[in-house]
Write a protein that binds this ligand. Structure first.
Ligand SMILES: Cc1cc2nc3c(=O)[nH]c(=O)nc-3n(C[C@H](O)[C@H](O)[C@H](O)COP(=O)(O)O)c2cc1C
Ligand SMILES: [Mn+2]
Length: 494
């Protein structure tokens, strides 16, 4: 049973095991629309863009895509309205910050891990296509944005990899969501940023001059996809974290060519090998920054040796659009939760709330509220937030405020920054920090040199601790005042 508060018992509350259960739940909520006949060249992408900007817009399931077998479907816009709560396993009425707080309570990477179990067979093996028969063009892979340089088959996807045998880092399976572009009917290229676990694994294979085995799960249950897109610590398998969140182990099968595991109930899985030394053009692709950042990118070639898919398979699409969008809504809820956990784990006390703002793609504007306990507390919170695992990548601004400020409200956050911070003395800058290839503010010359870094601004917008008793009070009306004003004058707003 779900308890009716944040942190209610998520363990038993995920109402789906696979993507089809999820679709049934979305139907039950009245939040799924069906579209037939839209083409992959343009129309699916157009519709996905249109619905992605509004939290109230439905999820959309596309079928009968011209040129593809009927039943081969694409699902988009899973993270909106009430289905956000359903997807994470919480009651309908929780707002986004309560949802994030609830997720922070149940998300744990060091306790409550439940490792997967292995099974012999599953629906994903209903269709096995190997060798010469491999044809990636059977799927209705859209061109998602007008300016994209290719069809992206992997957006709501994750890759499973492992360090090479004998490597000190071996022994756990990593799941990482890295976008995947179709190259031709037998090969793809995917895009791992420096420092990502999938990239680190690949670098270890490159050092040995060996191809890296990989499986790519292109449609599966949303929770596993979400964890594939989350910064789970080194050495911890996202499979185990998902097991913990579900309260029961994932059931996995193994690919026939690599032995790598994937959920038995996945929709579409590609298996293959990433070349150690063949680079091919990738992109451009509309990035999570709302830009086409890097033209002429080259990425490793992956040869697909097997396709496994369910009958009438569903490709999950989860594409960044101009901000704010579905992608930033999801990342705001889950990253804020992870970030709060990371800051607490570094020993910073009394972090009351955290919001990784949608407008910054959930990376570039991080707001942290604390109950100030001692001089220097705000600065400590800001610097930790700026550099911890969930906060470091692609960051720009970190703002620390007192706990009377609603960090998720941009107006309130900016008000506090303007009134409580002193530009000359409240701001620290850091240079040479970890950023994303999607960051449009990295100069092309630096990018070419491999200097993919940016700078940070950490704003202490808390009331100065040592003169807090003299700091002017807010003129925010008391609760009693607000209540009486409403009773007497709410008609003025009708
Ligand atoms: C829809 C989506 C697309 C993403 N695309 C990429 C990508 O192309 N490259 C990348 O490095 N990270 C991408 N990310 C972010 C990574 O998935 C995320 O940082 C995750 O933590 C990576 O897994 P890892 O920590 O195991 O490396 C994407 C995330 C999502 C949700
Ligand atoms: Mn990882």
């Amino acid at each position: 049973m779900i308890e009716d508060k944040p942190g209610g018992n998520l363990r038993h509350s995920l109402p789906y095991d696979d993507l089809r259960d999820w679709i049934a739940e979305a139907e039950r909520l009245g939040e799924l629309r069906h579209v037939t006949g839209a083409n992959w060249q343009e129309e699916i992408g157009m519709a996905a863009e249109l619905v992605s900007h509004s939290d109230n817009a439905p999820a959309v399931l596309f079928d009968q895509v011209p040129g593809c077998a009927p039943g081969f479907r694409v699902l988009t816009n899973i993270f909106g309205a009430k289905r956000k709560n359903m997807t994470l396993g919480f009651p309908d009425h929780l707002g986004k910050t309560e949802l994030s707080d609830g997720y922070a309570e149940v998300y744990s990477h060091d306790s409550g891990l439940i490792p997967p179990v292995y099974v012999e067979d599953g629906p994903v093996f209903e269709n096995v296509i190997e060798g010469d028969a491999v044809d990636l063009e059977i799927f209705p892979t859209p061109v998602w944005h007008e300016g994209d340089g290719g069809r992206y088959i992997g957006t709501g996807s994750y890759n499973v990899t492992r360090a090479p045998e004998g490597d000190p880092d071996d022994g756990w399976y990593n799941l990482g969501c890295y976008r995947i572009m179709l190259r031709d009917s037998k090969s793809v290229t995917f895009n791992t940023a420096p420092g990502k676990h999938g990239r680190i694994h690949h670098e270890k294979y490159i050092a040995r001059g060996e191809p890296m085995p990989v499986v790519m799960v292109l449609g599966g249950d949303p929770m596993t996809f979400f964890l594939g897109g989350s910064e789970v610590p080194d050495g911890v398998s996202e499979f185990d974290v998902v097991g913990g969140l579900r309260g029961k182990p994932l059931e996995l099968v193994r690919g026939r060519h690599t032995g790598l595991p994937f959920p038995a109930n996945a929709e579409i899985v590609l298996e293959g090998f990433v070349e150690p030394d063949t680079l091919v053009p990738e992109g451009p692709f509309g990035d999570w920054t709302g830009t086409y950042t890097e033209k002429g990118r080259i990425r490793p070639l992956t040869r697909v040796t097997a396709i496994y898919h369910r009958n009438d398979p569903i490709l999950l699409g989860f594409t960044p659009q101009s901000l704010p969008d579905e992608y930033s809504r999801y990342r705001a809820v889950t990253r804020s939760a992870l970030l709060k956990r990371n800051i607490e784990a570094a020993g910073v006390p009394d972090v009351t709330s955290v919001w990784a703002h949608e407008v910054g793609g959930s990376h570039m504007l991080l707001a942290i509220a604390i109950k100030q306990r001692y001089p220097g507390h705000a600065k400590q919170a800001g610097h930790v937030a700026c550099q911890c695992h969930a906060g470091a990548y692609g960051g720009k601004w970190v703002i620390v405020v007192d706990d009377d400020i609603n960090v998720a409200d941009l107006d309130e956050l900016m008000w506090a920054t303007l009134m409580r911070a002193d530009p000359a003395t409240s701001i620290d800058f850091l240079t040479n920090c970890w950023t994303s290839p999607a960051d449009p503010r990295v100069h092309p010359d630096e990018r070419k040199k491999g200097n993919l870094t940016n700078s940070r601004m950490i704003i202490d917008a808390c009331i100065p601790y040592h003169w807090r008793d003299e700091f002017p009070a807010m003129n925010r009306p008391s609760e009693d005042h607000v209540r009486r004003a409403r009773e007497k004058f709410s008609h003025l707003l009708d």
